[in-house]
Design a protein around this ligand. Structure first.
Ligand code: NDP
Length: 296
C-alpha cells in the first residue's frame, strides 16, 4: 500500500488558525499584540523570500511584524546595537535573525546577543541548554514542526526507534533532543556513520536533514516507517524547460513512498510547519513575558 502523505500545508494552516484565535483573545482581553522582529542582513534571494513570507504570515495571524533590512556591509557592532534595541523594546516579543549572515559577522555572537526569552528560533545557547536538560525552552521551529507532525501521526512516540540523519545545530541535534524527550530511542546519523542504510532501515521514524537531494531512497526505509523530509534542495528540471528548476527533499519521494507508512512531501511538508511554529513560538514568548497562560 502506498504511504499516507502527511499534509504539512494543511496542518500548518490549522496551527496558524489556533495562533490567530489566541492572538485575537490576547488583544481583546489584555490589549496585548504579540510582535515579531525579523532582521535580514544582505540580499540573499532565498533569505529575502523567507523573510517576506514570515512577515506576511505574521500579519495574517494578527501579530505586529517589524522588518529590519540591513545592507550587506553592515558592521557587526551595528547589528548588535539593533538587537540590544529590540531586546529592550516591549512591543517586540520575538526576534529572529535570518541566517546565514555575511562572513564578516560572527553568527554565534549575534545569536547569543538575543534575549533568550525573545529567541523564537531557539538557537541561543541558553535555550539549547534548557532543551537538552528537559527544561522550559524556546524550541527551534523546524524540529518543533517535525515533532508536531509525528505526534499528530502517532499520538505517543514512546519506545519508537527514531533515526535522525544530520547533526546540525539548527535541525539534527534539537530534533534528536525532542525525540528523546518524547521517549524515542534515538540514533543520530551523519556523514561518518557506517552502513547508514542499515541504520535507517531499523527506524520506525526517519527524519532526514542532510541537504543532499534525494539521498535516502526506498531501500533505506523499513516497511511502514514514518519519514519526515526536512531537506529543501533546488535541482535542475530540464523537463520543465531550459534553465528551469524544482524543489526536492533529501528523500527520494517516489521510491520511499512505496515502502513507508507515512511521508512528508517536498514542498508542502516540513517547510510550511516551520513558519507556523515560528508564529506559535512568538505567541508563547509573548504569553511568558506577560505572565499569561501559554497556548496548549
Ligand atoms: P547542514 O549542512 O548544517 O547539516 C547537514 C548534516 O547532514 C550534517 O550533520 C552532515 O554530517 C550530514 N550529512 C551530509 N552529507 C551526508 C551524507 N552523505 N550522509 C549522511 N549525513 C550527511 O544542514 P541543515 O541541518 O541546516 O539543513 C539540512 C537540510 O534541511 C537542508 O536541505 C536545508 O535546506 C533543509 N532545511 C529545511 C528547513 C525547513 O524549514 N524545511 C529549515 C532548515 C533546513 P556531518 O556533520 O558529518 O558533516
Amino acid at each position: 500500500m502506498p504511504a499516507q502523505i502527511i499534509d504539512g500545508k494543511a496542518f500548518a494552516e490549522q496551527v496558524r488558525g489556533k495562533v490567530a484565535a489566541h492572538v485575537a483573545r490576547l488583544k481583546e482581553v489584555h490589549g496585548i499584540t504579540p510582535g515579531l522582529a525579523v532582521v535580514l542582513v544582505g540580499e540573499d534571494p532565498a533569505s529575502q523570500v523567507y523573510v517576506r513570507s514570515k512577515g506576511k504570515q505574521t500579519i495574517e495571524v494578527g501579530m505586529a511584524s517589524f522588518e529590519h533590512k540591513l545592507p550587506v556591509e553592515t558592521p557587526e557592532a551595528d547589528l548588535v546595537a539593533l538587537l540590544d534595541k529590540l531586546n529592550a523594546d516591549p512591543s517586540v516579543h520575538g526576534i529572529l535573525v535570518q541566517l546565514p549572515l555575511p562572513s564578516h559577522i560572527n553568527e554565534d555572537l549575534v545569536i547569543n546577543r538575543i534575549d533568550p526569552a525573545k529567541d523564537v528560533d531557539g538557537f541561543h545557547i541558553s535555550n539549547v541548554g534548557l532543551l537538552a536538560t528537559g527544561q522550559k525552552a524556546m524550541v527551534p521551529c523546524t524540529p518543533l514542526g517535525c515533532l508536531m507532525m509525528l505526534r499528530e501521526q502517532h499520538g505517543s512516540l514512546s519506545g519508537m526507534n527514531a533515526v535522525v540523519v544530520g547533526r546540525s545545530n539548527i535541525v539534527g541535534k534539537p530534533m534528536a533532543q525532542l525525540l528523546l524527550r518524547d521517549s524515542c530511542t534515538v540514533t543520530v546519523a551523519h556523514s561518518r556513520t557506517k552502513d547508514i542504510q542499515a541504520v535507517c532501515r531499523q527506524a520506525d521514524i526517519v527524519v532526514a536533514a542532510v541537504g543532499r537531494p534525494e539521498m535516502i531512497d526506498g531501500d533505506w526505509i523499513k516497511p511502514g516507517a514514518t519519514v519526515i523530509d526536512v531537506g529543501i534542495n533546488r535541482i535542475p528540471a530540464p523537463e520543465k524547460g531550459e534553465g528551469k528548476t524544482r524543489l526536492v527533499g533529501d528523500v527520494d519521494f517516489e521510491s520511499a513512498a512505496k515502502v513507508a507508512g507515512a511521508i512528508t512531501p517536498v514542498p508542502g511538508g516540513v517547510g510550511p510547519m516551520t513558519i507556523a511554529c515560528l508564529l506559535a513560538n512568538t505567541l508563547t514568548a509573548c504569553c511568558r513575558s506577560n505572565d499569561l497562560p501559554e497556548p496548549a
